[in-house]
Design a protein around this ligand. Structure first.
Ligand SMILES: NC(=O)c1ccc[n+]([C@@H]2O[C@H](COP(=O)([O-])OP(=O)(O)OC[C@H]3O[C@@H](n4cnc5c(N)ncnc54)[C@H](O)[C@@H]3O)[C@@H](O)[C@H]2O)c1
Ligand SMILES: CC(C)[C@H](C(=O)O)[C@@H](O)C(=O)O
Ligand SMILES: [Mg+2]
Length: 352
C-alpha cells in the first residue's frame, strides 16, 4: 500500500520522538512492502518562529493531502507569554478542531516488565488495561465567550447533544470490542453539561444492552484510578477531564513517555500523537522515551490504514525491547539507553 503521512514534530522532544517513530514506520514499510511518503511540516512554537502562525497554511494543506498526521508535541516557555493566537498550543487545538478529530483514544496498559517502574504496588498496577475515550473538539477548550484581561477572565464550557452523542457512540463501539464496561466520568453534581452528558449516556445504553454502564464523578474517579485501576475498562469523558485523567493514569504504567493516542474523525482520518508534551527540560539531550510516539504510529496503522499485522509487529517490537531489559531514563536509573539507542533496539527486533 502507498500512504502519505504529514509529520508535525513540533517543539521540544517532539522532534526526537517523531524521528524515532518515522524510522520505525520506514522499517515496517520495508518489511511488509508498503511505501510511506513523509511530508515534514511546522506546527506550534516552531511555526510561530518561522511563520508567525502556530498552524501555517502549508501545514494545513499538507494534512489535507495526507492519509494521516503524526504529531510530536507543541509548546514551551518561549511561547507561553505570547498573545492567544500566537501560543504554540493553538496550533494543536486548531488542528483538532479544523479536522474534526473528535474522538481521542488513549489506551493505558500496564506491562509486566515495567511494573517495577510504577510508583504503585505491583498487585494494584499489574494487569491494568483501560481505554480512555476523551471528547476532543468541544467543551471548555473551545467555548465562547472567552475573555482575559487584568480584572477578569472567562472560559465557557458548551456541549451540544450532537457532540455528546457521537463520542458516546464511539465509546460504546469500543466497549463492545473490549470488556463491555463503560465508566462515564462527569461532574453532574455541579455542571449542566455533565447532566446532559449523563442523560445521553443513559439514552444510548438501551442500544447496547450487553454493555455495563456506570456513572462516576470525576473527583472520585481521580482517586479510583490510583486505588483500583483494574476496575476500569472504557473511561468515557469530556475534553478537560480526559486530559487530566490520562496524565494521571500514565503513572500506573511507569511513565508518561509510554502513552500513545489517536485522535479520529468519523471517516477514520486521524492524527496520532503521544499523550505527553514537549518536556523542555530534557529536550535535545537524546534521553526522551520515544515509546509513546512509536506506539502512536502503531495506532495510525491500526485505525487509519487497517494494517493490523504491521501494527502488532511494532507493538511486539516495543514490548519485546522492554522484555530484553532495555529502558530509557524515565524507566530506569540503571544504565538507561538514549532515545536513538533504544529505538535501534526496537528496529533490531522488527528486522529480526
Ligand atoms: N500534545 C501536546 O502537544 C502536549 C501535551 C502536553 C503538554 N504539552 C506542552 O508541553 C510543554 C511542557 O508541559 P509539561 O511539562 O506540563 O508536560 P510534559 O508532558 O512535557 O512533561 C511532564 C513530565 O514528564 C516527562 N516526560 C514527558 N514526556 C516524556 C518522555 N517521552 N520521556 C521521558 N520523560 C517524559 C517530562 O520530563 C516532565 O517531567 C507545555 O508547553 C505544554 O503545553 C503539549
Ligand atoms: C497541549 C495541550 C493543549 C493538550 C491538551 O490539553 O489537550 C495536551 O495536554 C494533551 O493532552 O494533548
Ligand atoms: Mg494533556
Amino acid at each position: 500500500m502507498e500512504k502519505r503521512v504529514t509529520v508535525l514534530a513540533g517543539d521540544g522532544i517532539g522532534k526526537e520522538v517523531t524521528d524515532a517513530a518515522v524510522v520505525v514506520l520506514e522499517a515496517v514499510a520495508k518489511k511488509y512492502g508498503h511505501t510511506f511518503h513523509f511530508d515534514h511540516q511546522l506546527v506550534g512554537g516552531a511555526a510561530v518562529d518561522a511563520k508567525n502562525n502556530p498552524l501555517p497554511e502549508e501545514t494545513v494543506a499538507s494534512c489535507e493531502a495526507s492519509d494521516a498526521i503524526l504529531l510530536g508535541a507543541v509548546g514551551g516557555p518561549k511561547w507561553d507569554n505570547n498573545p492567544p493566537a500566537l501560543r504554540a498550543e493553538q496550533g494543536l487545538l486548531r488542528l483538532r478542531k479544523q479536522f474534526d478529530l473528535f474522538a481521542n483514544l488513549r489506551p493505558v496498559k500496564a506491562v509486566s516488565t515495567l511494573i517495577q517502574s510504577s510508583p504503585l504496588k505491583e498487585d494494584i498496577a499489574k494487569d491494568v488495561d483501560m481505554m480512555i475515550v476523551r471528547e476532543l473538539t468541544g467543551g471548555v477548550y473551545f467555548g465562547t465567550p472567552s475573555l482575559y484581561n487584568d480584572e477578569e477572565a472567562v472560559d465557557t464550557m458548551p456541549y451540544s447533544r450532537k457532540e455528546i452523542e457521537r463520542i458516546v457512540d464511539k465509546a460504546f463501539e469500543i466497549a463492545m470490542k473490549r470488556n463491555k464496561r463503560i465508566t462515564s466520568v462527569d461532574k453532574a453534581n455541579v455542571l449542566a453539561t455533565s447532566r446532559l452528558w449523563r442523560q445521553i449516556v443513559d439514552e444510548k445504553k438501551a442500544q447496547y444492552p450487553e454493555v455495563e454502564v456506570r456513572h462516576q464523578l470525576v473527583d472520585s474517579v481521580a482517586m479510583s484510578i490510583i486505588t483500583s485501576p483494574k476496575d476500569f475498562d472504557v473511561i468515557l469523558t469530556e475534553n478537560m477531564f480526559g486530559d487530566i485523567l490520562s496524565d494521571e493514569a500514565s503513572v500506573i504504567t511507569g511513565s508518561l513517555g509510554l502513552l500513545p493516542s489517536a485522535s479520529i474523525r468519523s471517516d477514520g482520518f486521524g492524527m496520532y500523537e503521544p499523550v505527553h508534551g514537549t518536556a523542555p527540560e530534557i529536550a535535545g539531550q537524546n534521553i526522551a522515551n520515544p515509546a509513546a510516539a512509536i506506539l502512536s504510529a502503531a495506532m495510525m496503522l491500526t485505525y487509519s490504514f487497517d494494517m493490523l499485522e504491521e501494527a502488532k509487529a511494532i507493538e511486539d517490537a516495543v514490548y519485546g525491547t522492554f522484555e530484553d531489559g532495555h529502558f530509557t531514563g524515565d524507566l530506569t536509573k540503571d544504565n538507561p539507553l538514549g532515545t536513538k539507542e533504544w529505538t535501534e533496539k526496537v528496529l533490531q527486533r522488527l528486522q529480526a
